[in-house]
Design a protein around this ligand. Sequence first.
Ligand SMILES: Cc1cc2nc3c(=O)[nH]c(=O)nc-3n(C[C@H](O)[C@H](O)[C@H](O)COP(=O)(O)O)c2cc1C
Length: 165
Amino acid sequence: MAKLLMITATSGSNRELADKFAEAAEGMGHDSDVLDLAEVDMPMFTVARSKSLDVVPGMAELKEKMQAADSWVVVAPEYNGSMPPTLNNALAWLSTDWQDFRALFNRRKVGLATHSGGGGAHVIMAMRQQFSYLGSIVIGRNLVSNKDKEANPETIEDMIQQLAE
Ligand SMILES: Cc1cc2nc3c(=O)[nH]c(=O)nc-3n(C[C@H](O)[C@H](O)[C@H](O)COP(=O)(O)O)c2cc1C
């Protein structure tokens, strides 16, 4: 049994998609949780804020949940051909924690999924580049969906299987 964390960048259709992944993972006998970055609502990262804030709101919960999971599914909509600010912002905050930043991302298995207005290929590419840069092992298969293209349950199942191995 693996422990999987679905990290969603937004609370709409991408949250629904993250819930689908979580439900499927549990149906396959795994432990799963959903983390909604829009609900965590971290302050915007600036260097000044990173120096002045002793406690970053949301950071402890974020790190604890991410650390506790074996693998993550990162679910995000495409914004202007790239990632939405909630995800970028969370990654900026996490990356300033130099002590265990590597341990958090390095060798972590990551699956990518999106529900976007259009194709969603750009946000998948942006996330693949970012998580690979951070040292994570991004699996080749990803899930792309939109209003005309339902999430394929077979893709969800195969991704979970790969992330749980
Ligand atoms: C600021 C902004 C920029 C967007 N840019 C794109 C884009 O470049 N490509 C695309 O396919 N959809 C784009 N969209 C549409 C979203 O990807 C789409 O509405 C998505 O389903 C929103 O996810 P949510 O329901 O989880 O909030 C954009 C939406 C917003 C708000």
